[in-house]
Design a protein around this ligand. Structure first.
Ligand SMILES: [Fe+2]
Length: 160
């Protein structure tokens, strides 16, 4: 093995870095949007299940922020920047969460719809990263597990 005196910014193969950024960036943007729209829901939820949903949405927000941080830092660790400015997030995501006070049952369905979009992007990352980088894939797998758990906690309020 030949050693050099220069220290590269990252040990990652450029192909691995590019693939990781390609598949994890939509996850970062979706989770950042979910954090913001989750707070919107947290503040405006109304109805008999107020306190349970209000508190559960804060857990969802915290988990979304943590997941976004993990995915973004994986991209940067591989040597590429992340563009998760508010304007970029707004241009590449959408939400079903409405403006104004909303009854808890409708709001749960809206938040779950938003979550399902992020879960789909996360599944696409898991599938796409399989041939490029198992470490980045592992980040996506962990995020999906948390999203699906939070989805269950919300959906359980609607289930018969
Ligand atoms: Fe709060």
């Amino acid at each position: 093995m030949t050693k050099t005196n220069t220290t590269p910014a990252t040990a990652a193969d450029p192909t691995v870095a590019a693939a990781s950024a390609q598949f994890l960036t939509p996850v970062v943007l979706g989770l950042q949007a979910l954090a913001v729209n989750g707070k919107q829901a947290h503040w405006n939820v109304r109805g008999a299940n107020f306190i349970a949903i209000h508190e559960l949405l804060d857990t969802l927000v915290a988990n979304a922020q943590a997941g976004a941080d993990q995915a973004a830092e994986r991209i940067v660790a591989l040597g590429l920047p992340v563009d998760a400015r508010v304007s970029t997030i707004a241009g590449k995501t959408s939400t079903e969460v409405p403006a104004g006070f909303t009854q808890w049952e409708a709001l749960i369905r809206n938040v779950i719809s938003d979550m399902d979009a992020v879960i789909a992007d996360t599944q696409a990352a898991i599938d796409g990263l399989d041939e490029f980088d198992l470490t980045s894939q592992d980040v996506a797998i962990g995020i999906k597990e948390t999203l699906e758990k939070d989805r269950w906690f919300l959906f359980a309020h609607l289930a018969e």
